[in-house]
Design a binder for this molecule. Structure first.
Ligand SMILES: NC(=O)c1ccc[n+]([C@@H]2O[C@H](COP(=O)([O-])OP(=O)(O)OC[C@H]3O[C@@H](n4cnc5c(N)ncnc54)[C@H](O)[C@@H]3O)[C@@H](O)[C@H]2O)c1
Length: 319
């Protein structure tokens, strides 16, 4: 039976993507994999799991061969803040791991999904409504690995006819798995702290405006892109997509609509602030809208309401 492989499946996106893919294709058809074994699997997520280090060609090939994999959703990566702390490890996983996945996909004729990021842009990119095709000279190791990944994906598509598709995600907000060390993690942490303590100390400046997206939209975007008619995809890889745009002070105001005594303070982390300052303030996702019909469903108010409801059901306020 043909099967799908998800790498980095224990992470923030994988924890929800695996469940969505299993709902669509059946649990047995989706092989979750990660270098770490998840302690608990989210409800409805029961299905095959393979321990897998993406930087090991032998391991990737073995899993792809044994499970007759036809599509790889390659999520394993070091995120922006961690990648700046460990640039050598970031290159090795983000580029080396992707290269291993693409080479295996070439040999076994698999489709590949690869998530890029707004981090693939840099300070010389137009910062407002950043176009789909524009200057990409990122100054972070994360961004450099993402641009490399986008170009490798395009190369494998053009040179070997591989079906490589991808999205440039903005910051992702979710309540199932914690974020993995990105610059936009504040937009998740703030909800946990708002419910528990009615207070949050933010590591970005109050006016740091970035694009964001709620995880249900991100998962739907992946599924829609991977089933889009290839004849309509002029870009295929590295589509800009976005759903909402806000700063920490605007997110705090949205939370205050539901929790009136919520307070926010700021202790700026210079490293993460520098990363955020090198990224676009907003991106233009019209190519995704035109080529495969992308439309977000959650704006700031709808996401905030849903996050507080979902987390409120599982967290208790601290006394
Ligand atoms: N979360 C976001 O806001 C966001 C935004 C833009 C792009 N992305 C991209 O989406 C992808 C997934 O992001 P995420 O937020 O789920 O990340 P995450 O950090 O939550 O998860 C990554 C997973 O990869 C695993 N991993 C680490 N080294 C590995 C290895 N050698 N082999 C196999 N697995 C390994 C980790 O254990 C972890 O479970 C990444 O490529 C990331 O750059 C994420």
């Amino acid at each position: 039976m043909a099967a799908i492989l998800v790498t980095g499946a224990a992470g923030q996106i994988g924890s929800e993507l695996v469940a969505a893919l299993r709902q669509k294709h059946g649990a047995a058809a989706v092989i979750a994999s990660d270098v770490r074994i998840p302690i608990t699997q989210p409800a409805g997520d029961a299905g095959p799991f393979e321990p897998l280090d993406c930087t090991r060609p032998d391991q990737v090939q073995d899993v792809v061969r044994r499970h007759s994999i036809t599509a790889i959703y390659h999520l394993a990566a070091l995120l922006s803040a961690v990648a700046e702390e460990k640039p050598q490890a970031a290159w090795s996983l983000n580029v080396g791991g992707l290269y291993t996945v693409l080479e295996t996909a070439r040999q076994y004729h698999c489709a590949v999904f690869f998530p890029s990021s707004i981090g693939a842009f840099g300070p010389t990119t137009p910062r407002d409504r950043t176009p789909q095709d524009t200057v990409q000279r990122p100054t972070t190791m994360y961004g450099i690995t993402k641009v490399t990944g986008e170009m490798l994906g395009d190369y494998y598509a053009r040179r070997f006819g591989l079906d490589v598709r991808g999205l440039r995600f903005p910051g992702l907000i979710s309540h199932v798995a914690p974020p993995g060390g990105g610059t936009t993690d504040y937009a998740v942490e703030i909800f946990y702290q708002a419910i528990r303590y009615r207070h949050y100390t933010c590591f970005l400046r109050p006016d740091t405006t970035l694009d964001m997206m709620y995880m249900p939209d991100a998962i739907r975007a992946i599924l829609e892109l991977m089933t889009a008619d290839p004849a309509k995809l002029a870009h295929r890889n590295a589509f800009n997509i976005t759903a909402m745009n806000f700063s920490p002070e605007q997110l705090a105001a949205a939370i205050r609509q539901q929790i009136p005594d919520f307070r926010i303070e700021y202790e700026i982390d210079l490293a993460r602030q520098a990363i955020a300052d090198s990224w676009p303030r907003s991106i233009d996702d019209s190519a995704a809208r035109q080529e495969w019909g992308w439309t977000p469903r959650y704006d700031l108010a709808a996401m905030t309401k849903d996050m507080l409801e979902k987390l409120g059901a599982k967290l208790k306020p601290a006394r």
